[in-house]
Structures are given as C-alpha cells and as structure tokens.
Design a protein around this ligand. Sequence first.
Ligand SMILES: Cc1cc2nc3c(=O)[nH]c(=O)nc-3n(C[C@H](O)[C@H](O)[C@H](O)COP(=O)(O)O)c2cc1C
Length: 217
Amino acid sequence: MSDLREVLREIEVFEGELPDFDVSELPADPHELFTEWLLNAIRRGVREPHAMTVSTTGLDGSPSARVLICKDITADGWQFAADRDSRKGRELSARPAASLTFYWSPLARQVRVRGTVRPGTPDESAADFLARSPGARAEALLGRQSAPLADLAVRDADVREAAGRIAARPGLVAPGWTLYTLRAEQVEFWQGDKERRHTRVEYRRTDAGWERGLLWP
Ligand SMILES: Cc1cc2nc3c(=O)[nH]c(=O)nc-3n(C[C@H](O)[C@H](O)[C@H](O)COP(=O)(O)O)c2cc1C
C-alpha cells in the first residue's frame, strides 16, 4: 500500500504547455466560453473530449455518477442521450437535476455545469437515435441498460438479434431512447497552473442574465 502512495506522489500533474485563461476577455455567456474550450480540446487532440461525468441523485438520495458522451451544446443547454429506464434515466425522472464534469487533462482544464434536466420530445429523441451507428442502435435497442446480466453470451446473442431487426427495419427506434438537455444554472471554468496559481471563474444564471466572478482555487 505504501508503495502505491509513493507511486502516486511521484506523478507529475499539469505537465507540458498549458493554455492561458485570460479573465479580462470573458464572454457574457458561458455556453460560448465552453464551446471555445471544447473546440480547443478537440484541436489539441484530447481523447474523447466530449466525454463528461454526469452526476445525478440516486433513488436512495446518495450520489450516482457515470461517464456519458455530450451530444451537443445549444442555447438550451448540454445534451446527452440514454435509456430512460436505465439507472440514470430513472433517477432523472425522480429528480430532474444533474451536474456535468469535463476534464481535459493535457490542458489542465475542468468545467463543471449544474442545472435542471428535461427529456426531449419523442421526435428529438428519435432523431438522435437514428443518427447513431447501426452497432450503437442495436445495443440501445435492447433497452435493458443497468439491468442484471447473467451471461455475456446472452448479450452477444441479443445484440446480434437486434442488429438483424435494424437491418430489416432501418427506421426502428428504441422506445426508451431519450435525448436529455441540461439547462445550466451554474458553470465553472477551472484552469490549472504548474505554480498552483489556478484560476476559477463561475457563471451564475440570474433573472437578468448571467453573472460571473472569480473563485478562490
Ligand atoms: C467514454 C464513455 C462514454 C459513454 N457514453 C454513454 C452514453 O452516451 N450514453 C449512455 O447511456 N452510456 C454511456 N456510457 C456508459 C455509462 O458510463 C454507464 O455505464 C451506463 O450509461 C449505465 O449507467 P447507469 O447505470 O447509471 O444508468 C459511456 C461510458 C464511457 C466510458
């Protein structure tokens, strides 16, 4: 155990060239700054830059988190898609609020977003489903996400069967597939610094628009 502690202590954090975070030039709207940071992460070759930890409240009131892909950022908010009968889907039905955490390691950047979540209309969700690859559609068509699975062979057989159904009917949509949109109430941008002069900026939604300010790191 103590060896592991040493190994972890030796790991360098915030290595390499880190971007500037000029707080004198902040846009009024955090969606704009987020999009700029995301595009920057894509340009810098960050793997899965659109992967984010989505934290919900468990049905027992305890935290519940997992990584999902961010589908889009619109003026309405951050979008992700999942099965409404999965654990997160059931949690969001009971309590439609979530927090998103992005971390782009080579840039030492973290973004945290908190807000309320609404499910998309059946048309919006179907459009998202149909834009997925056939393999991803076959997997989602099973609609049993987060249910216990007795054997991996059952998964493979069921995915094959679902792929067959999709090949026969390309317009098939998984009934539980849901495109969710998180409407942000709070967005925090964190820029790490080698000298520990980290910079945090928090945007808060108010009736009059977005307010923002620095936070102590
Ligand atoms: C990089 C990455 C991307 C993922 N993207 C999604 C996604 O977009 N939708 C989804 O339902 N699950 C996605 N998953 C799987 C989830 O992390 C999770 O295991 C699954 O959704 C079940 O979560 P739940 O039991 O809390 O509902 C992804 C996992 C990883 C590691």
